[in-house]
Design a protein around this ligand. Structure first.
Ligand code: HPA
Length: 244
């Protein structure tokens, strides 16, 4: 639902995922599935509009193929976006959260299996997955654009069901501020490949401020509303020198 992010610059080329061997076609409404090459404010930008999720029942390695493809094409900075449920009381639907760290609660790991040295080290460091300089630049960009930007820990679960109340209590105790069903596999592959990573969550619902659970349509509507703020944030980031 964050398609408008693609409006970061003029489109130079467009490839449907179906035309890229192994990328396949997404199965979830709102996840378009195309790769764009854009003229960004400070250089070429690859925009992967649409991702695969573990809950589709795919191999975890298939979910991280865009990241590995980007790395092989020479990409150095990766900015990931996602929708997430708020666990911290300070987070409300519509808020943006910069990932400070994550907790991997996915059942399978995309780095597991025979080791291909071209993908990076067998045992990648994960002590600081989210690049401090990119994070600082995003905080500054948010300030410049007068966009409220929270920061917190993202718990990645496979889904596709939402969390029980007991799971919400568990996740809060574990130190998670938000919970979602993506991003963590991509971050693992990106860090293995040596990419600098930043990730932003759109909080679409809260697990602590009572409200009926959102429908998938409501999640998409909120994403459309927040996409403009996200685009401005990233556009401003791209104009800073930190990406070089
Ligand atoms: N839980 C998991 N994933 C999500 C949620 C949630 O509450 N909201 C959006 N994606």
């Amino acid at each position: 639902g964050l398609d408008r992010l693609a409006e970061l610059g003029p489109v130079r080329a467009r490839v449907d995922y179906g035309e890229i061997p192994g990328l396949g076609v997404g199965t979830v409404a709102g996840h378009a599935g195309r790769l764009l090459l854009l003229d960004g404010p400070a250089g070429p930008l690859l925009c992967f509009a649409g991702r695969r999720h573990i809950y589709e029942g795919i191999e975890p390695a298939a979910a991280v193929l865009p990241v590995r493809l980007a790395a092989r094409l020479g990409v150095q900075n990766l900015i990931l976006t996602n929708a997430a449920g708020g666990l911290a009381a300070r987070l409300w639907p519509g808020d943006l959260m910069l990932l400070a760290d994550h907790i991997d609660l996915m059942p399978r790991n995309p780095l597991a299996g025979p080791h291909d040295r071209r993908l990076g080290p067998r045992f990648p460091d994960m002590s600081e997955p989210y690049d401090p300089r990119l994070r600082a630049a995003l905080r500054l960009a948010a300030k410049d654009e007068a966009i409220a930007l929270h920061e917190g820990v993202y718990a990645g679960l496979a889904g596709p069901n939402y969390e029980t109340r007991a799971e919400v209590r568990m996740l809060r105790r574990l130190g998670a501020d938000a919970v979602g069903m993506s991003t963590v596999p991509e971050v693992l592959a990106a860090r293995q490949a040596g990419l600098r990573v930043a990730a932003l969550s759109l909080i679409t619902n809260s697990h602590v401020h009572p409200a009926p659970p959102p429908t998938h349509e409501e999640v998409l509507a909120m994403a459309a509303g927040a996409a403009d703020r996200l685009r401005r944030l990233i556009q401003r980031l791209l104009k800073t020198s930190v990406m070089g």
